[in-house]
Design a protein around this ligand. Sequence first.
Ligand code: SAH
Length: 347
Amino acid sequence: MKDIRTLSREDLKSYFQSIGESPFRAKQVYEWLWNKNKHSFEEMTNLSKKLRAHLTKDFVILPLAVDRLQKSKDGTIKNGVKLHDGLLVESVLIPTKKRTTACISSQVGCSLNCQFCATARLKRMRNLEIAEIIDQVALIDRQSKIYFNRPLTNIVFMGMGEPLMNYKNVVGAIRKITRPEGMGKAERRITVSTSGIPKMIKMLAEEDLKVKLALSLHSAVEKTRNEIMPFSVRFSLEKIMESLQYWHSKVKSKITFEYCIWKGINDREEDIKALVNYCKRVPSKVNLIRYNSIGEGKFDHRNLYAEERYAEVLEKNNITVMVRKSRGNDIDAACGQLANRSAESLN
Ligand code: SAH
């Protein structure tokens, strides 16, 4: 049977007309599905019993269930979420004093091969549907209200998968999250994080969306980046820069570069210099992310001196730099640690 959430608002209107109902029903049902995130026709109390029965006969609403919930000492909550076909993804709630951020997955597994990322060890199984992305957001929103007494404030596409490789559904979901008749959240509080696919960055810039863009850079030295993110041999740093400049010309917001520092990989003065030069070419800031171990030996060494040096040199060059604390790593919920458990259950 067809999932009703694959129907657009126009499709819904035609459906109601075809069964002799007022097209106004489409508005009501749309609201139950996309604003209130209801998963059963029975809960749609402004529809007649007869109509609810009709809908139940014609459609399903595919479920998404929390398979495992883990809470970190720091308040971070990681949800292992089971999709209707039994596959698992992870969605993380990250609280700070004033904010609740939802870290959302866009694919089951990932087709890219970043050497330092746990999700890369999974094959890409499939893209998530719009409804599956929305359900994760709605889930974290509910949890934020329950545990922190406030709705979620920010959304980052930094969970499993490469959002720009599931472009259509990610953009479709963002529209549903931001439209007033959907969830009504602010566009500027949504960040799409990408490992850098120039064509798709340009395409996203063309949408009328004011979302933020983050780029997982990790090295501004071509050879090094190609070693630690081997897929990137297809996308030169020059092409990526061109797409970022295009992004900025359209969307006008600063780009965030995500960056981990590893001893013996990107801790030399010339690595810092390359980053500074790269940053200077487009309005940007740098998030220094603490690496979360996934048990890959060569990434396991820190260089405290280099971390300080990076911050110092960036600041000296008037580039905003933030040192991100790692959140939720006691429950494997931190950046790059997602999917350890789903990996086990797939094997
Ligand atoms: N595919 C997207 C989004 C998912 S990864 C992207 O690459 O941006 C989210 C962020 O976590 C990225 O910046 C990624 O580089 C970073 N990351 C991956 N593995 C990590 C690890 N083990 N420790 C810290 N950050 C990691």
